[in-house]
Design a protein around this ligand. Sequence first.
Ligand code: NAP
Ligand code: GDP
Length: 329
Amino acid sequence: MKPESSQMNGSLGPMRVLVTGGSGLVGRAIERLVKEEGENRKGEEWIFLTSKDANLLSAEETRAAFEKHRPTHVIHLAAMVGGLFRNMRQNLDFWRNNVFINDNVLKAAHEFGALKVVSCLSTCIFPDKTAYPIDETMIHNGPPHESNFGYAYAKRMIDVQNRALFQQYGLRYTAVIPTNVFGPHDNFNIEDGHVLPGLIHKTYLAKKEGKPLQVWGSGRALRQFIYSLDLARLFVWVLREYDEVEPIILSVGEEDEVSIKFAADAVVEALGFRGDVIYDTSKSDGQFKKTASNAKLRKYLPDFKFTPFKQAIQETCDWFVANYDSARK
Ligand code: NAP
Ligand code: GDP
């Protein structure tokens, strides 16, 4: 009798999934989901890799990790990641580190016979000057926003590599394109992190110290935010069910796009902050908007329910307060 897992992955043995970047925001959300699924994921073995297990900047260490684990499937999350202001300071590092990590991982996956790899792009890699809403066909249509061109071009090359791997070897490696992600285990570092973990940390400190909250930029820029636990469910669906090489945008709808001011107000409310909120317009707004269409996702999963934004913000703030000492900051 064939093992049950053969129905899930179309291969002969159990599905062994290697998750790179397993200690990050998205990796920890996937780990929690997989744990919660428990019995329902018969025939799947999951391995969550961190930089301590293998520095993926090194081709040798990457090969050694793949040789050791021999994954049939890979979720590739590991990357140099940062918010707008870190990107503006370190375009060269974002370009080089991410190009090396991605090439090492995709090459080792191919070499050690992984059947499927799902890598991670981002809606901030799309052209700056574009029609809206952005869709999956537009990735290479023009230069990205100048603030993060290093990260953006490095991420775009994953799509190039996936298409070339399909053309030359028939491999069905793909990528997802999430919007701004937030949730427990985020990087709450104020200088380096993304807007929501930055605002949560700053609001926490402003409340503790009785000082005003400084929001950077005008507050008018628009973003679609996805809760890491929703993204985890979609990521695992892509791994198990999605068969295209073409990437897929994983986002809330266009109608759920919010201003930075709306997001800041939600954080203020969730943390019960009653002090002044100041907008520092000497700081950049970054890309004004990157409104993405989730029509392709909705065609596959018309009934998927996203966690309401304010509920997800409340859960993330509660997590940060409860884990303040150990949180990444
Ligand atoms: P994160 O919290 O910063 O986690 C990054 C992960 O990458 C960590 O597990 C880290 O390992 C690992 N990593 C970094 N450099 C490495 C190296 N040289 N060798 C091995 N591992 C390394 O990032 P995230 O927010 O979860 O992002 C996951 C993926 O989603 C990334 O590909 C990112 O580009 C993409 N994405 C993120 C967002 C967002 O808003 N956060 C939006 C769109 C797309 P250690 O913990 O051991 O350092
Ligand atoms: P982006 O979505 O790739 O641009 O990256 P971020 O997640 O860093 O979001 C940047 C947007 O949030 C810009 O419009 C910033 O002006 C605004 N913002 C407001 N306060 C903060 C903050 O404390 N940290 C960060 N990173 N951005 C902030």
